[in-house]
Design a protein around this ligand. Structure first.
Ligand code: BES
Ligand code: MN
Ligand code: ZN
Length: 499
């Protein structure tokens, strides 16, 4: 991974692979004291670069010690484009470009952006060092371990080793790098195909991580799941040649003085074929990503441990492979969840809410201060919000607002959707059991949230994050790499750090 360092030398005299300059429009009209200032003045005078938001330019330099100048436009300082989110995305993209152009070292002067208190570097958003850390840590990510030739691939060879930032706040930079590393670890796992990561393999990975970080880890196999009355998780896993697992991870701060206790629950469907209600082939690709929620929870535990937070953090990963076979659960089956509620199955492809049901019962029994579940739960959420924004459902305004504030700080877009609706709730009724697992096409994401609500103690603040649609990216853009995004990891870590 890239190393992030404070640069204390004379920036104007620096030599190396890349100087990355983030410039506002006003910086192009009157160029501040930055490295390669003459080149910037010339390019700005010729209108080759004006600082407009969303623009960027690589300028190979032939004389002097700097090999490439990367210019990144931030728009007018008054614009929304100059937000921390835009800077994070633009800087990540520029560093990715620098790495792919064989630059080993990049100098990123940012002090000129403090002038006039322009956002995000002014007093309103003092954590820009965190943003630089996130961009540095995410810039080199690509899932290319199975590619023999990386050199000629657009997401391959990445040479960047160090990012040097004058005036960087080291602690902030480190925190940003930790957020990024947690997200990268989650992406690496989520990107693995179903033939590599099945539920027992996910449990093995969790145990390895727990050992590395000193976390507690407990894995429940089928026999234990039966004893523990986790009938919904067992039903979903019953069609697969690889059995389901429930994985518990715990980070307990040293000294025994935790300021709170939060349980994260992750959907860990290692492959979702739909089961007997099988998906069409075109919807089945990318369904290795249906374990993303569980991978995010592992990333959150990694980050919490690395930051040595003084909050107790628990993870529950509900993992199964949803497959059609002679032993599959079927439409019309009635299964019993851990809290005793019975569920009539009317669609085996609505499996995520089933595995989460049992896990949420367990989470409630742990009496935490908050429960947050993360799941690639419904296509309906992706239809509602698109590929760049995830759904947040909660009966608690306080928890919603805290999570949305963290999401804004970290530049992960969430939108609150209804978690309660008496008319949609009507459709949860089954003629033969307490609940059905699907039914309502309209409002499908809220229907799923309402279903989950039956397994959470009402006295515990709970939020459900539906990351279907944002969990898997077609191509690299900003902080996102092609493939798994591990969307939500940085938001949840920011939330924990803010407690
Ligand atoms: N894993 C899918 C949801 C999904 C869809 C995730 C697209 C990522 C991208 C989930 O298990 C599912 O199949 N949901 C069904 C629910 C329906 C049968 C009620 C859906 O959304 O179609
Ligand atoms: Mn499904
Ligand atoms: Zn699924």
């Amino acid at each position: 991974m890239v190393e992030l360092k404070v640069y204390g030398g004379n920036a104007a005299g620096w030599s190396g692979g890349a100087v990355v300059l983030l410039l506002r429009e006003e910086d192009c009209r009157s160029v501040p004291e930055v490295p390669c200032r003459d080149a910037v003045k010339e390019l700005a005078a010729r209108k080759d670069f004006t600082g407009k938001a969303g623009t960027s330019l690589r300028v190979p330099l032939l004389s002097g010690g700097v090999r490439n100048l990367f210019l990144v436009g931030l728009g007018s300082g008054e614009d929304e484009a100059c937000s921390a989110e835009a800077v994070r995305n633009a800087l990540t993209a520029a560093l990715r470009e620098a790495g792919r152009h064989r630059c080993e070292s990049a100098l990123v002067p940012m002090e000129h952006l403090n002038v006039g208190g322009g956002r995000p570097f002014g007093p309103e958003a003092p954590d820009w060092s965190v943003v630089v850390g996130e961009a540095s840590g995410l810039s080199g990510y690509a899932f290319d371990k199975y590619k023999e030739r990386k050199e000629d691939d657009d997401e391959g060879a990445f040479a960047l080793r160090e990012v040097l930032v004058p005036g960087l706040d080291e602690a902030g930079g480190r925190r940003g790098m930790t957020y990024a590393a947690a997200q990268v670890a989650a992406r690496d796992l989520a990107n693995e195909p179903g033939c590599v990561i099945n539920p027992p393999a996910l449990a093995d990975r969790a145990q390895v991580m727990a050992k590395e970080l000193g976390l507690d880890c407990e894995v429940w196999d089928e026999a234990r799941l039966k004893e523990e009355r986790m009938g919904a998780l067992l039903a979903v896993g019953s069609g697969s040649a690889t059995p389901p697992r429930l994985i518990r991870l715990s980070y307990i701060p040293r000294g025994g003085k935790a300021r709170g206790k939060v349980v994260f629950v992750g959907k860990g469907i290692t492959f979702d074929s739909g089961g007997l209600d099988i998906k069409p082939a075109s919807s089945m690709t990318t369904m290795k990503g249906d374990k993303s929620g569980a991978c995010c929870v592992m990333g959150i535990l990694r980050g919490a441990a690395e930051m040595k937070l003084d909050v107790e953090v628990h993870g529950i990963l509900a993992s199964a492979e949803n497959m059609p076979s002679g032993s599959s659960f079927r439409p019309d089956d009635i299964v019993r969840a851990r809290n005793g509620k019975t569920i009539e199955i009317n669609n085996t492809d609505a499996e995520g809410r089933l595995v989460l049901a049992d896990a949420l019962c367990l989470a409630s029994e742990m009496r935490p201060d908050a429960i947050v579940d993360i799941a690639t739960l419904t296509g309906a959420c992706a239809v509602a919000l698109g590929n760049w924004r995830a759904g947040l459902f909660s009966r608690s305004d306080g928890l919603s607002e805290a999570l949305l504030a963290s999401a804004r700080r970290r530049g992960e877009r969430f939108w609150r959707l209804p978690a309660e609706d008496d008319r949609i709730a009507e459709k949860l009724k089954s003629p033969f059991a307490d609940l059905v697992n699907s039914g309502q096409r309209y409002g499908g994401a809220t229907f799923a949230a309402l279903f989950l609500g039956n397994f959470v103690d009402r006295s515990i603040p709970w939020a459900h994050l539906d990351i279907a649609g944002v969990d898997f990216m077609e191509k690299a853009w900003g902080v996102y790499a092609r493939g798994a995004s591990a969307f939500g990891v940085r938001t949840c870590l920011d939330y924990l750090a803010s407690l």
